[in-house]
Write a protein of this length. Structure first.
Length: 426
């Protein structure tokens, strides 16, 4: 008779496999989970558990590493064992779905299954200690280093936020980023109230009309395939509406995955809409988004700098530039563990180059919206300061964006963005 598998063990083993790939290969959880789950034959419920475990570990790693370093001899354990401890600790300290004793048992079994028999006692002992001292550990995490351990942002970023927005604001943001991400949608056809009622969604206050979708597979919900609504972060959906109305020739310079391109087509309705994308596989996403919504644009693969010079001038431009992505930590917590300060300087060079090309391709009196999914000043205010110093453009004041530039998502509920609206001088 074949030995029975311990319930819950395959899910833990897959979570550990995915965390290993994220750490060692630099893969992304949302790209790797589906194929790995299919390969192992996990049920939908267990796949959901794997997702929750991995995301929770990634969002809580600063705190988990602190606990492990304080409990382990010399503050270190082998990397594979550390991941076993992370999965066990995140259940004990931050999740209430699994009883503590089951979290310990499955962690020990995972360690043994992966060949770490001699560390199984360490795993058992550390997790049981944390259970006994749980409230103390939670208080230590909360108070350590002004709250830097309360979310996914690495200490260096948290300290930058403290300097920029004060301790209270930085702490609010860090805590919000530790919560599970939600899936938002922009309503394009029909009414917000009717879609919320039909889908069981929750309306999001403000404009444009947006809703928070229920958990599950959003692309399978009614209305998506017909282009009635588009999956888009609540703050990302606020960027294109800042582009002044009108414009016969409009370009979306970094168009993938297509949410902003479809929004431009609906709001501005230009005669000629160009969607530039550097990578062919991502350009396909733009084409698919346009097809799903029944909209048209010229999707062109290539460097936006060169394409601006070739296809300009334009009356309106949207530049959602490549960046560190630190504003998406809640949705992509892997970024926190890969981040390096020097990457801001590297991103800034690309952003400056793209913005300069956009301004050069803009007709006199034309408008450009610049955005990055980052709250870091090197990728936002500093880039705009360079453009303003050229004397070619000026900021466009807007009640929705006082002063013509600012940050969205400082509360951490949706993605964080820096946005600026520029007008090219005649």
């Amino acid at each position: 008779m074949a030995a029975q598998t311990t319930p819950g063990l395959p899910a833990r083993l897959l979570a550990l496999r995915l965390l290993e790939r994220i750490d060692d290969e630099g893969t992304w959880l949302n790209r790797a989970l589906g194929a790995e789950a299919a390969r192992t034959g996990l049920s939908a419920a267990d796949t959901g558990l794997v997702l929750a475990l991995c995301q929770s570990v990634l969002r809580r790693r600063p705190a988990l590493h602190f606990v492990i370093s304080q409990c382990a001899r010399q503050g270190k354990v082998p990397k594979p064992v550390q991941r076993v401890l992370e999965v066990g600790l995140v259940q004990i300290l931050f999740l209430d779905r699994i009883p503590d004793h089951a979290a310990v048992d499955l962690a020990v079994r995972s360690a043994k299954k992966l060949g770490h028999h001699r560390h199984s006692g360490l795993v058992n002992g550390m997790l049981r200690r944390v259970i006994r001292e749980k409230q103390d550990w939670l208080e230590r995490i909360e108070s350590h280093d002004d709250g830097a351990l309360c979310g996914p942002a690495p200490r260096v970023i948290f300290k930058r936020w403290v300097a920029q927005m004060g301790l209270a604001g930085a702490l609010q943001l860090q805590r919000a980023l530790a919560e599970p991400a939600v899936v938002d949608a922009r309503v394009d056809q029909g009414t917000l109230s009717s879609w919320c009622e039909q889908l069981g969604a929750h309306p999001i206050k403000g404009e444009p009309e947006r809703m928070q979708l229920p958990s599950g597979s959003p692309s399978e919900l009614a209305g998506f395939a017909q282009g009635a609504w588009t999956i888009q972060d609540r703050n990302a959906a606020r960027i294109v509406p800042l582009l002044p109305a009108g414009g016969q020739r409009i370009a979306d310079l970094c168009a993938a995955p297509g949410g902003k391109t479809t929004q431009i087509a609906r709001i501005n309705d230009p005669e000629d809409l160009f969607a530039f994308e550097l990578h062919a596989h991502r350009a396909k996403l733009v084409t698919q988004a346009l097809d799903r919504c029944g909209l048209e644009a010229q999707v062109i693969v290539g460097d936006a700098v060169e394409l601006c010079a070739k296809h300009g001038p334009f009356d309106r431009i949207v530049l959602d530039a490549p960046c560190s992505g630190l504003g998406t930590l809640r949705r992509h917590p892997e970024i926190g563990h890969r981040y390096q300060l020097r990457s801001l300087a590297e991103s800034a060079k690309i952003q400056s180059r793209l913005l300069a090309a956009g301004v050069a391709a803009l007709s006199p009196g034309g408008f450009l919206v610049y955005s990055v999914c980052s709250l870091e000043p090197e990728e936002g205010e500093a880039i705009i300061a360079q453009a303003l110093a050229s004397g070619e453009v000026s900021l466009v004041d807007d009640p929705r964006l006082p002063g013509g530039m600012g940050c969205l998502g400082l509360d951490g509920v949706g993605d964080g963005f820096f946005v600026a609206v520029l007008e090219k001088k005649p």
